[in-house]
Design a binder for this molecule. Structure first.
Ligand SMILES: [Zn+2]
Length: 709
């Protein structure tokens, strides 16, 4: 209802807004001496990144249907950047830009197929830490888990989610903002001495939109806004705490977002695919120590890549330590009083290219124009056409050509040829988690010669992209027939798109049609032979069809392509069990446990395989690890009991079996094991009682053991 209104009304709303602060300037004199605290030591820094927040959905940016008092208050006390842009509209790449001050073509983290930040790229946290800062980060999404490399330089990197839920259900791949903030505030309360760098990331406005009360009721019909309002309240808690601790005034505070949300504009529902301002333009507010710069509004375009240099400068870090930064410090940009900035903002999305094989999108943004490089280039005059609807690329072809050259110049200046832009693949669990957060991290095959010629324009493919996402939603709702109908139609229009065959295979397999699924997976691997997930799918389908040979072959290919694909390894262990190759099965499961020691189910399976081989001491260690990781399962307790019994600890064995029957009252084997333990101890009445319970549950076990009771 309101989603298209923001941009159109932005300028007029600004004039009327309650937080129009009067002093709007395009350039300001910026004095870094202001960064000095009264005590003369470098100031502490608090950086808050709000995930998925459009600038034009915040009250002080002119939006009237929301209350964001905390952000508005900060804007009154600091500098509000009217035109701040993300470099990539995706969470991890954008945060890498913010926290390294480097462009994606330099740091190599361009989309969801990346395996993380290369160790060669220094981080802001590292630099601050080396300069005596105490550092802590509190993040709220798996997408920023320490495995992606952003933890470097943080003494504390809190990315916790509940382990049990992590392994079993994707729902807790994020942490609600109030919980993240509570942990950050508790760190603040007992923080170590000295200046600190605190980064807090709040994920709530990311889809699905379901804010906590009272925001759910208050924002019915525009729940996305409700999530932003909820996070604003968390900021309120943070600012109140900083004041209570009497450090608010002397602290550098930055609030921004990693990207926006398209909310249907240009046909895009969320973010990542296109690079229109709906997903690129973000709020950016910077409060420096002291109040000289209060209520300033900067209207020239700035980038998130400029943030790390700005923070380092305010923290009085020597330029020698920040040579890796590619952004311009915000202060340097605005030191020319009365002049407009001439810097060009760069942005990109390689998501259409890397996951689908379509063309990448790159943009150059100046105060007046925005150029998007694509097979059909786009040029927009932002002030007149903030919604980017009127493409001037043909009518103003010389402007377009100049900005196209600028894009090439930026590429030449910032690209890092030594950082691998392709290579490694993500493991299955990571891909599953990304998928459950609405992302698709699969890698398309390289086109022959990798020539940009012939790659489709993403503008022509947004419906295909949306339909692929739609079939995933349908599958998660068990609406397999509807999903299949869409995928069958897509197959006709996109015969070369490997994802369509792959998704149809996944849908058919979940639907219980393994034969047809195997057929689709074979097509997917023919289109993209390096796609290990499709080989895994084929292996799973073949296992269901009891075709051990094809299953084994497919799974071994998946593992050759990606040795980290431990879900493929688990399936291969299953093939070995079926073939009676129990030692090989155990060996594969041992590798799974080594690869992912925090994967509870994998540890349990390995423990069971060891118990089956009679290696009870080792089994106990693995089964205990699985239980400690929260894997609460009757079978695991049963095998734990067995391992205790076989290693001579009858007491612990009984406890484990009792836990097993408590978790699964139908578990006849556990009851029988209890009966046998009590018989061994000479407690015959109890033994018979449990034997009777075994008989109530299994005629076969009852008959088999009748002579012993
Ligand atoms: Zn994000």
């Amino acid at each position: 209802m309101t989603r298209h209104r923001g941009w159109r009304n932005l300028l007029c709303l600004l004039a009327a807004s309650a937080c129009f602060y009067g002093e709007s300037i395009s350039s300001l004199k910026y004095n870094t001496d202001l960064a000095q605290t009264p005590q003369g030591r470098p100031p502490s820094v608090v950086l808050v990144t709000l995930d998925t927040v459009r600038a034009d959905r915040i009250a002080c940016y002119g939006y009237r249907q929301i209350e964001t008092p905390s952000i508005d208050q900060l804007a009154r006390e600091g500098i509000r950047f009217e035109q701040a842009y993300a470099q990539v509209p995706l969470t991890l790449p954008s945060h890498v830009v913010i926290l390294t001050g480097t462009y994606p073509m330099f740091n190599g983290v361009r989309d969801l197929t990346s395996t993380g930040l290369p160790a060669t790229v220094p981080t802001l946290a590292e630099i601050l830490r080396q300069n005596g800062y105490r550092t802590a980060a509190f993040v709220s999404s798996f997408v920023l888990n320490s495995m992606w490399g952003l933890a470097r330089g943080f003494e504390l990197y809190d990315d916790q989610t509940d382990r049990d839920t992590l392994n079993k259900s994707p729902s807790l791949l994020e942490r609600r903002g109030d919980r993240t903030m509570t942990r950050a505030l508790s760190w603040l309360d007992s923080r170590p001495d000295g200046p600190f760098f605190l980064w807090v990331h709040l994920y709530d406005p990311h889809s699905p939109y379901h804010p906590a009360e009272p925001y759910l009721s208050r924002y019915t019909g525009h729940l996305y806004d409700g999530e932003i309002a909820f996070d604003d309240a968390q900021l309120g808690r943070l600012f109140a705490d900083l004041r209570r601790l009497k450090i608010y005034d002397d602290t550098v505070i930055v609030v921004t977002a990693d990207h926006g949300e398209s909310l249907g504009e240009h046909g895009e529902a969320e973010h990542g695919f296109f690079i229109y301002n709906a997903t690129l333009r973000v709020p950016l507010i910077l409060k420096t120590p002291g109040s000289t710069l209060a209520s300033r509004v900067v209207t020239d375009p700035v980038s998130l890549v400029d943030l790390a240099p700005a923070i380092a400068e305010l923290s009085r870090i020597s330029p020698d330590s920040t040579r890796s930064f590619q952004g311009h410090s915000l202060s340097r940009m605005y030191s020319r009083q009365g002049e407009h900035s001439t810097a060009t903002v760069y942005a990109e999305s390689y998501y259409p290219r890397n996951s689908f094989g379509w063309h990448e999108l790159r943009a150059a943004i100046t105060p007046q124009f925005k150029y998007i490089g694509a097979p059909r280039p786009e040029l927009y005059e932002l002030k007149k056409d903030p919604e980017e609807k009127n493409n001037l690329a043909v009518s103003q072809s010389s402007v377009a050509a100049a900005l196209r050259d600028t894009l090439e110049m930026l590429k030449g200046r910032y690209e890092n040829v030594s950082v691998s832009q392709s290579a490694a693949m993500l493991d299955s669990e990571t891909l599953e988690k990304l998928k459950s957060l609405g992302y698709l991290g699969y890698r398309a095959p390289a086109a022959s010669g990798d020539s940009p010629l012939g790659r489709a324009d993403p503008k022509d493919k947004i419906l295909v992209f949306n339909q692929v996402l739609r079939t995933r939603d349908l599958r998660s709702l068990n609406r397999f027939a509807e999903a299949d109908e869409i995928l069958t139609a897509l197959k006709r229009s996109e015969p070369a798109l490997y994802i369509v065959a792959f998704e149809r295979g996944e849908n058919l397999l979940t639907w219980g049609k393994p034969k047809a699924a195997a057929e689709e997976f074979r097509k997917a691997v023919a289109l993209n032979p390096l796609f290990d997930q499709a080989w895994l799918g084929l292996g799973r389908a073949a296992l269901v069809l009891a075709d051990n040979r094809e299953a084994g072959d497919a799974l071994r290919v998946a593992l050759r392509l990606n040795p980290h694909n431990y879900l493929a390894r688990r399936q291969l262990a299953r093939v070995y069990w079926r073939e009676g190759r129990s030692k090989e099965a155990e060996s594969e499961l041992a590798k799974v446990a080594r690869e992912r020691p925090d994967f509870a189910e994998g540890r349990a399976e390995h423990g069971i395989s060891l118990a089956k081989l009679g290696r009870y001491h080792e089994a106990l260690a693995e089964l205990s690890a699985a239980l400690a990781l929260g894997y609460c399962d009757a079978i695991v307790y049963n095998y734990t009991g067995m391992a205790y019994a076989e290693t001579g600890d009858g007491e612990q064995a009984v406890k484990a079996y009792e836990k097993a029957v408590q978790l699964d009252p139908h578990d006849a084997v556990a009851y029988l094991n209890l009966a046998l333990q009590y018989r061994k101890r000479g407690e015959l009445a109890k033994a018979r009682e449990y034997y009777k319970k075994t008989c109530d549950r299994s005629v076969e076990l009852c008959r088999q053991y009748s002579s012993q009771f």
